[in-house]
Design a protein around this ligand. Structure first.
Ligand SMILES: Nc1ncnc2c1ncn2[C@@H]1O[C@H](COP(=O)(O)OP(=O)(O)O)[C@@H](O)[C@H]1O
Ligand SMILES: O=P(O)(O)OC[C@H]1O[C@](O)(COP(=O)(O)O)[C@@H](O)[C@@H]1O
Ligand SMILES: [Mg+2]
Length: 541
């Protein structure tokens, strides 16, 4: 074995083939189909005018690389630095000389490994959509001493942020010998408005035991040009961006600008959000921890409600419109008699059901998802449509609104005395350090992102798909958002566990079905190739 950081070798494509066999021209968006050898699958790049001349900066042109194979196999590949810098040299991966890893048989990931998006299939199904498998590669595109990495955290807090920061720093340092790592403070705007801080394994040693992010975070402030100017001026060549759907959209814009300028800078996203609403991936880190913490609030509500006559405990749980924390916390707790995603206060609806359950049980606990009933509240409050600095809709407090509605109903309609306690643990469930399983998950995600960037991949989100680490194109994770589906088996399990009605009209079910079909179509439909786009008249080139 040759030693790490050796002599530059013949330029190679990420798949190990010589670069001249896989030719992308760097003048974008003129991307063209390129073929490997005759046995290799067809490879095409599709360019879509994805976004935005708006406040987020320059025109972003997302390119998804599509590789088609036999039996309906489709790889939605991620960009690679050699797509626009074809002559980059490669170096042996220093990990091959690392005593900790050298004992592992087949430690490096085979360049042809991909992971299917759908694992439940019937025998006649096409093989379907695949993503590139994450992990260390035999060759890397950065020499240890040349790497200047930076890390930024954006959006709302989430348990595990510090663990991801720690493991990017330790992964880069311990596995690849990198010691130039800068922390960008205060989210995207920190690139151009703040000084950076130097991060070392020593300085991040204990941070995973703390909640929040040692780098700070923010919403808004994404200015693509200023951010990329700053990356260029500081000589940064690996950018690790930790954040949710909004952040990944911002990362996509940064990547496109970097590619437009032809910079040798790898951009890697690590998906973060307690809402668990990021498309494609199995689960986002911090979600488990948040669900666990939410149990404490439900327990408190149960104790309070059970200790008094006609006790009602209401717990509001965050998660925007996705409803996952409320759903999993309810399923885990078993103390909840009602979980609300859709609210129906009319005849035969929520209030009448509560009256019945109170008579039977003497007390009850209700968990309500923060995104529930927003239309009803808006109607009753004639509220304005407010947004936060990132453009997310500001939600009205469904917990307070519901508590008042319940009190009014029992006071006026039934003249029953009730004892209602409203618990809003909102920020408590996300401001804590991650639990053990999230810590392990954060570590593997961070390392996967580091391996990907070192191997020259860029413009990707590192994510777990069917239990395997993958590199997913930004566009795939930002085009849809996951949410609890009321026509799904999991929702049925929840209804049967709380023994509650669904409060759904046939119209609600119909709408949910239609929405679900649309999401499935978007998610399972491989992106069209450039030629296919032209045929259907949607071509953007
Ligand atoms: N469409 C977009 N394009 C570019 N940047 C965006 C976009 N949406 C959000 N951002 C930026 O991403 C950051 C985080 O977004 P936000 O929605 O607050 O949180 P999250 O990433 O957790 O969803 C903010 O700094 C925001 O300006
Ligand atoms: O932190 P803020 O601005 O109060 O926003 C609260 C929102 O942040 C979250 O905790 C996380 O959302 P993001 O992952 O999009 O940042 C949501 O569940 C919640 O609705
Ligand atoms: Mg978000």
């Amino acid at each position: 074995m040759s030693s790490g950081g050796g002599e530059p070798q013949e330029p190679q494509s990420p798949t190990g083939r010589r670069i001249r066999d896989f030719e992308f021209r760097n003048s974008l968006p003129r991307v063209r189909s390129a073929s490997f050898s005759s046995a290799a699958p067809e490879t095409v790049a599709k360019s879509s005018a994805a976004s935005s001349t708006s406040r987020f900066g320059s025109d972003a042109q997302a390119t998804v690389k599509i590789v088609k194979g036999e039996f309906g196999y489709v790889l939605e590949d991620v960009p690679h630095l050699t797509d626009y810098l074809p002559d980059l040299p490669t170096y042996p991966n220093p990990l091959q000389d690392n005593p900790a890893y050298s004992v592992v048989k087949q430690y490096f990931v085979d360049d042809d490994d991909t992971v299917p998006k759908k694992v439940v299939v019937q025998k006649d199904n096409p093989r379907g959509l695949h993503f590139r498998r994450g992990g260390p590669r035999q060759k890397v595109y950065f020499q240890t001493d040349d790497v200047h990495a930076c890390i930024v955290t954006c959006g709302g807090l989430c348990p595990g942020l510090n663990t991801v920061i720690r493991e990017i720093v330790c992964g880069l340092s311990h596995m690849y010998g990198v010691n130039k790592i800068s922390g960008i403070e205060g989210g995207y705007r920190g690139f151009y408005a703040r000084n950076t801080i130097h991060l070392t394994p020593k300085s991040v040693n204990d941070i995973h035991k703390r909640g929040g992010t040692i780098l700070g975070t923010s919403r808004g402030g994404h200015d693509t040009c200023k951010i990329v100017d700053n990356i260029q001026d500081r000589g940064i060549n690996q950018v690790y961006i930790i954040g949710g759907d909004g952040t990944q959209k911002g990362a996509a814009a940064i990547f496109e600008e970097i590619r437009r300028r032809g910079l040798k800078v790898a951009v890697a996203g690590i998906p973060k959000t307690i809402d668990n609403d990021i498309a494609v991936i199995d689960k986002s880190f911090g979600f488990d921890t948040a669900v666990e913490e939410a149990q404490r609030a439900i327990n408190a509500a149960h104790v309070e409600a059970g200790s008094v006559h006609n006790g009602i405990g209401i717990v509001k749980l965050m998660g925007r419109y996705s409803g996952f924390i409320a759903m999993y916390a309810t399923l885990a707790s078993r103390d909840v008699l009602l979980k609300l995603l859709l609210i129906d206060t009319g005849p035969g609806g929520l209030y009448e059901y509560m009256e019945k359950r109170l008579k039977e049980n003497g007390h009850m606990v209700i968990v309500v998802a923060e995104g529930a009933g927003q239309d009803l509240i808006e109607e009753s409050m004639k509220a304005m449509n407010h947004q936060d600095a990132s453009g997310n809709k500001l939600l009205l407090d469904v917990g307070l609104w519901l508590s008042q509605g319940i009190k009014n109903y029992f006071a006026s309609s039934t003249k029953t005395e009730i004892n209602l306690k409203y618990i809003d643990p909102t920020y408590m469930i996300r401001a804590i350090p991650s639990n053990a399983s999230d810590n392990v998950y954060c570590t593997l995600l961070a390392h996967s992102a580091v391996h990907g960037a070192m191997a020259g991949y860029t413009g990707f989100t590192a994510g777990l798909v069917n239990g395997r680490h993958t590199y997913i194109p930004f566009e795939r994770v930002t085009e849809t958002r996951n949410k609890v589906v009321i026509t799904d088996r999991m929702w049925a399990r929840l209804l049967s566990s709380t023994n509650q009605p669904s409060f759904l009209s046939s119209k609600d079910v119909e709408e949910a079905n239609t929405a679900e079909v649309q999401v499935k179509q978007t998610e399972e439909q491989p992106k069209k190739t450039e030629d296919e786009e032209k045929v259907t008249g949607n071509g953007s080139i």
